[in-house]
Design a protein around this ligand. Structure first.
Ligand SMILES: C[S@@+](CC[C@H](N)C(=O)[O-])C[C@H]1O[C@@H](n2cnc3c(N)ncnc32)[C@H](O)[C@@H]1O
Length: 225
């Protein structure tokens, strides 16, 4: 925990300075891009590179996932924030191996009929949706039986002291990040409660300038049926 706290206090002042000069979407793109360079991109590639068919990405942000899809995927990328979507657009155009449509929408009301999608992707989104159970229920609705759901999320530490500290300081973190991001959630029980089978989870951590070194999980799940 000492390493995580040292990392946070070392980088927080520069990030707060950047926050005063960059709009939220650009700040996110900058710091998360550093996270990608520090190892997150490799997890993204593992999670989505094998997906095929009609794939729904929820909360696509600035499109940092796009370059990792393979040619067998056709991606509908849902993003509610126009400023994030504007940064994602050139990345969608640059991902020539795969067709990507960006549309406005939220996790709680997904587009398309029930059992219509061949797969879904959720990257660093369940931390900030107002109702993760509602979002997961929608994902369970739109996915075909047995279809893959791939997630990468930061989670509350399973360690007692670190987990308690994360719960206690979550209101301060929410005020600082300005994106509605919570650091005290554990999405795994909610994913199971929504009827998904979790086939694999991989814990990892990213130490990159500008982002806290939260415990992370790459998650391979599939819809019931
Ligand atoms: C931390 S960013 C992650 C962006 C991207 N998925 C990535 O992996 O870099 C969270 C994104 O979720 C979006 N978001 C927040 N609430 C949402 C909701 N209820 N439904 C869909 N997207 C949401 C935000 O607009 C933002 O683009």
């Amino acid at each position: 925990m000492l390493r995580e706290l040292t990392h946070f206090f070392r980088h927080a002042p520069a990030t707060l300075r950047l926050k005063r000069t960059l709009p939220q979407a650009e700040l996110y793109d900058h710091v998360c891009g550093a996270g990608d360079d520090a190892g997150l991109a490799a997890w993204r590639a593992q999670l989505v590179g094998d997906l095929a068919g009609d794939i729904l990405e929820v909360g696509a942000g600035t499109g940092l996932m796009f370059r990792h899809y393979g040619a067998a995927a056709r991606v509908t990328a849902l993003e509610p924030d126009a400023a994030f979507a504007a940064l994602a657009a050139p990345r969608a155009a640059a991902a020539t191996a795969v067709h990507i449509d960006i549309i406005a929408g939220t996790a709680e009301a997904l587009p398309g009929p029930s059992r219509s999608r061949d797969g879904a992707v959720v990257g660093l989104v369940l931390c900030s949706v107002a109702d993760p159970a509602a979002a997961l229920a929608e994902l369970a609705r739109v996915l075909r039986p047995g279809a893959p759901l791939r997630l990468v999320e930061h989670v509350r530490s399973p360690r007692l002291v670190a987990g308690t500290l994360m719960r206690a300081t979550n209101p301060l973190w929410r005020a600082l990040n300005g994106q509605g991001c919570n650091m005290h959630r554990d999405p795994l029980p909610a994913i199971r409660d929504a009827g998904f089978t979790i086939d694999r989870t991989e814990p990892f951590q990213i130490f990159a300038p500008g982002i806290p070194a939260f415990p992370m999980r790459a998650i391979w799940a599939r819809a019931a049926g």
